[in-house]
Design a protein around this ligand. Structure first.
Ligand SMILES: [Zn+2]
Length: 259
């Protein structure tokens, strides 16, 4: 076991923000964390995630097309993702989802179609999906209530309402909590954290973004998942070690290919 016993279930270590010190950082993280899941956002970043997972025992990869990266998506993108999905260290399809925040993103119908295609791919390989949902809570919930069946999922950096969380928890979906859960004005996120069944809680960073307090504003990295974990332990009135063991077990259950 590592120093903390924690997992970062959602990181972007392939991001150029880590180009200057990636190797050094990874050497440190290997001591501090039990594991990291690096999520891909398009072909290039998914390839980098796979490569990081190949080189580092404690890193696992997810592959997929993020809703911000759908313009010009190759016609054969599903075949490419399918090749990666068969690799032993590719543990999920993601991050995928809906993003209605950025006006330049593809229209809603295109986003939904590609999202559902990637969910079907995940089902073929019995893999869980990592969901990005920004300003699309209504459509996302509707899809999971009416169309999506037979796939496990984590709603990464969950930002929906308590009502939405209740609907998703009822269906056994997981919730990723990251830096935003430490922010002073994020009472809603902490309410969700308190409400959802403990076996559905995952910790994450989404680094290099969404840095937890007390480093908010600086570059995030998987090591900072420790601050999110300390905050969550306080909110849930659990020991740090107990929370680490719980969330590590949850991560391994959802991402069943982890060895
Ligand atoms: Zn992300």
């Amino acid at each position: 076991m590592s120093r903390t016993g924690l997992w970062d279930s959602h990181a972007h270590l392939d991001d150029e923000a880590f180009d200057k010190d990636r190797e050094e950082l990874l050497a440190q993280l290997e001591q501090d964390l039990d594991g990291v899941i690096n999520a891909g956002c398009d072909a290039a970043s998914s390839a980098k995630a796979v490569e990081l997972a190949r080189r580092y025992a404690f890193i696992y990869a997810a592959v997929g097309y993020h809703p911000e990266n759908l313009t010009g998506i190759p016609a054969d993108y599903l075949e490419q993702l399918a090749k990666w999905a068969q690799l032993p260290k590719v543990v999920a399809i993601g991050e995928i989802g809906l993003d209605y925040y950025w006006k330049e993103n593809e229209p809603k119908e295109v986003q939904k179609r590609i999202f559902l295609e990637q969910i079907d791919l995940a089902k073929q390989f019995n893999l869980p999906v990592i969901i990005h949902d920004r300003d699309a809570h209504g459509d996302m919930l509707e899809l999971f209530q009416k169309e999506v069946r037979g796939v496990q999922a984590v709603f990464h950096c969950f930002s929906g309402s308590l009502e939405m969380a209740k609907e998703l928890a009822k269906r056994g979906y997981y919730f990723g909590f990251g830096g935003t859960s430490t922010y002073k004005n994020a009472q809603k996120v902490r309410e969700v954290l308190q409400y959802v069944p403990k076996e559905l809680i995952l910790l994450e960073t989404d680094c290099p973004y969404l840095t937890p307090v007390p480093f908010r504003g600086k570059r995030n990295n998987p090591g900072y998942v420790e601050y999110t974990a300390r905050n969550a332990a306080e909110v849930l009135q659990m020991d740090f070690a107990e929370l680490a063991a719980l969330t590590a077990a949850n991560t391994r259950r959802l991402f069943w290919k982890i060895k």
